[in-house]
Design a protein around this ligand. Structure first.
Ligand SMILES: [Zn+2]
Length: 425
C-alpha cells in the first residue's frame, strides 16, 4: 500500500501551496542553521600580544581553547570558530603565571591570605605555598585550601611540624626556635603521602625563626629533601650563620628565596660585589628566586646584582597578609619592578611562567601555551604612565610601565574582569 507522503498530501489540499511554501522556507532556515558548523573551539583569546617564552613566541596571535586544553595558537583564528571570544586587542597575553612563593593558608598561618582573590584573580593560575604548613598542619592545607580553591595550589612542606603557625608581629617567635620541631622523618612521611601536591621542602633561617642553630635546621631540611629527591627552598636574610656557610649545603635544583633582600647575610660583599660563593652555587645548579615579601627585596641589591649579570631564575611575590596591601600587592606588580630595572617583558614572563615550571615538578602543561597544554591564559594591560614602586626597605623608584591583570583563564574557564566583557560568538 502506498502511503501518501506529507508533501503529496499537502499538494492535494486546497491550502497546500501556501503550506508547502512556508514549510519549505522553514526547512531552508533549518538547513541553513545546520549548514553552519558548530564552533570548533570553546573559546578564542583574540588579537593580543602573545608572549610565551616556552616556545619563543612573541607577537600578535590568537589562542583557541577546546575544553580544558589549548587547541591552537595562530594568527587569524576567526571569532566565528569559537563559542566565546575574549577580546585581548591591545593587551598582553601570557601563559597563566606561576608564583612559586605565596602564603595561602588563610586562617592558620597568621600571614596567610585567601588564594583566589590574590592569585587567580591576578593572572596567577598556579602557586606554590612556600612552607605555610608543616607535617602537623599540612592535612588542613590540603583539605581546606588545595582541595577547594580555584587557584591550583601546590606546596613546599616546612621542615618544622608546626609550619608557619607561630610567627606574627604579636608573637615574634618562629617555627624553628626549638629545633625539636624540625622533624625529617615526619616530613618525609607527609611528602610520600602527598606527592601529588608537595613539590619540595622549605626552611626559614632568619634568627627570629631558627635562632643560632640555623645550620642544623638547614641540614635537617636537606636530609628530608634528599630522602624524597625534591628541591629544598631556603629562606635567607638576617641569619646568624653567614651566607657563605649556608650555600655549601645546597645542591643542584635547590632554591634560594629572598635572593635580593637588603638585610644582613646578603648576596653582596661590603663593596657591592656578588659573593663568589653565590656565583659558585649558581654554577652548580642552585636557583635564585625573588620572594619579594615584606622584608626581603631591596632595589639597590637587585640593581647591583643585575648590573653584574646575576639575574633571578624565578620572580615570585611572597605575597601574604603583611604585604598584600603594599609593597607587594601581587605578582604583576613585582614583575613591573623588574621591568623598571631593565628586564624585558619576555624576560619577566619567562621568570614567572616558564622557569617556575622547570624549577619545580609541576605537572606537565603548566606555564606554557603550547597546543595540548592546560588552557591557562593570563591577560594583562601594560599600562603607560608614571608609577611609583616601593621595595621592602621603603626605597622608591619611578617607572613608566605597569603590568595590570585584567582577565584569567584556567583550564578553559574564564575568571573574568569587568574590563574585558566576554562576547558570545
Ligand atoms: Zn614566604
Amino acid at each position: 500500500m502506498h502511503h501518501v507522503t506529507r508533501r503529496e498530501f499537502l499538494h492535494q489540499t486546497a491550502i497546500g501551496s501556501w503550506l508547502v511554501c512556508s514549510l519549505a522556507e522553514a526547512g531552508r532556515d533549518l538547513l541553513a542553521a545546520q549548514a553552519q558548523p558548530a564552533p570548533r573551539y570553546d573559546l578564542v583569546v583574540k588579537g593580543g600580544r602573545v608572549i610565551d617564552p616556552s616556545q619563543q613566541l612573541s607577537g600578535e596571535l590568537d589562542i583557541a581553547v577546546s575544553g580544558r586544553k589549548i587547541a591552537r595558537v595562530a594568527a587569524g583564528i576567526q571569532e566565528t570558530e569559537a563559542r566565546h571570544v575574549l577580546n585581548a586587542r591591545g593587551k598582553v597575553v601570557t601563559p597563566g603565571l606561576i608564583d612559586v612563593h605565596v602564603h595561602v593558608y588563610d586562617g592558620v598561618a597568621p600571614l596567610g591570605i585567601p588564594a583566589d582573590p590574590n592569585c587567580i584573580a591576578k593572572g596567577v593560575t598556579t602557586v606554590l605555598d612556600a612552607g605555610s604548613a608543616g607535617a602537623h598542619t599540612f592535612p588542613g592545607l590540603r583539605k581546606y585550601v588545595i582541595n577547594v580553591v580555584d587557584t591550583r595550589v601546590y606546596a613546599l612542606l616546612n621542615i618544622s611540624v608546626v609550619g608557619q603557625s607561630t610567627l606574627s608581629d604579636d608573637n615574634p617567635h618562629g617555627e624553628l626556635l626549638d629545633l625539636r620541631y624540625a622533624n625529617p622523618k615526619l616530613a618525609i612521611r607527609t611528602i610520600e603521602q602527598n606527592r601529588d601536591v608537595i613539590l619540595g621542602v622549605k626552611v626559614r633561617l632568619s634568627r627570629q625563626i631558627a635562632g643560632e642553630h640555623d645550620l642544623s635546621a638547614l641540614r635537617l631540611a636537606k636530609e628530608a629533601a634528599d630522602a624524597v629527591k625534591l628541591p629544598l627552598m631556603v629562606h635567607i636574610g638576617n641569619t646568624s650563620t653567614q651566607l657563605s656557610d649556608i650555600l655549601p649545603v645546597m645542591t643542584k635544583g635547590d632554591v634560594i628565596t629572598h635572593t635580593f633582600h637588603g638585610n644582613q647575610g646578603g648576596i653582596l660583599d661590603s663593596g657591592g660585589r656578588v659573593l663568589p660563593e653565590v656565583r659558585a652555587a649558581v654554577g652548580r645548579g642552585v636557583r635564585l628566586d625573588v620572594g619579594h615579601g615584606r622584608g626581603s627585596f631591596a632595589f639597590d641589591v637587585a640593581e647591583k646584582a643585575i648590573k653584574q649579570d646575576l639575574l633571578p631564575g624565578t620572580i615570585s611575590s611572597d605575597v601574604h597578609q603583611f604585604n598584600v596591601n603594599g609593597p607587594v600587592y601581587d605578582l604583576a606588580t613585582t614583575l613591573s619592578k623588574f621591568l623598571l630595572m631593565g628586564l624585558t617583558l619576555d624576560q619577566v614572563i619567562e621568570r614567572a611562567a616558564t622557569n617556575p615550571a622547570r624549577t619545580f615538578g609541576f605537572p606537565d602543561g603548566l606555564g606554557t601555551l603550547r597546543e595540548g597544554a592546560e588552557a591557562d591564559v593570563a591577560v594583562f594591560s601594560l599600562t603607560e604612565g608614571k608609577f611609583e614602586f616601593v621595595d621592602a626597605m621603603s626605597q622608591k623608584r619611578t617607572g613608566n610601565l605597569k603590568l595590570v591583570p585584567v582577565a584569567t583563564v584556567k583550564a578553559g574557564k574564564i575568571y573574568g574582569s569587568a574590563s574585558i566583557p566576554v562576547v558570545r560568538g
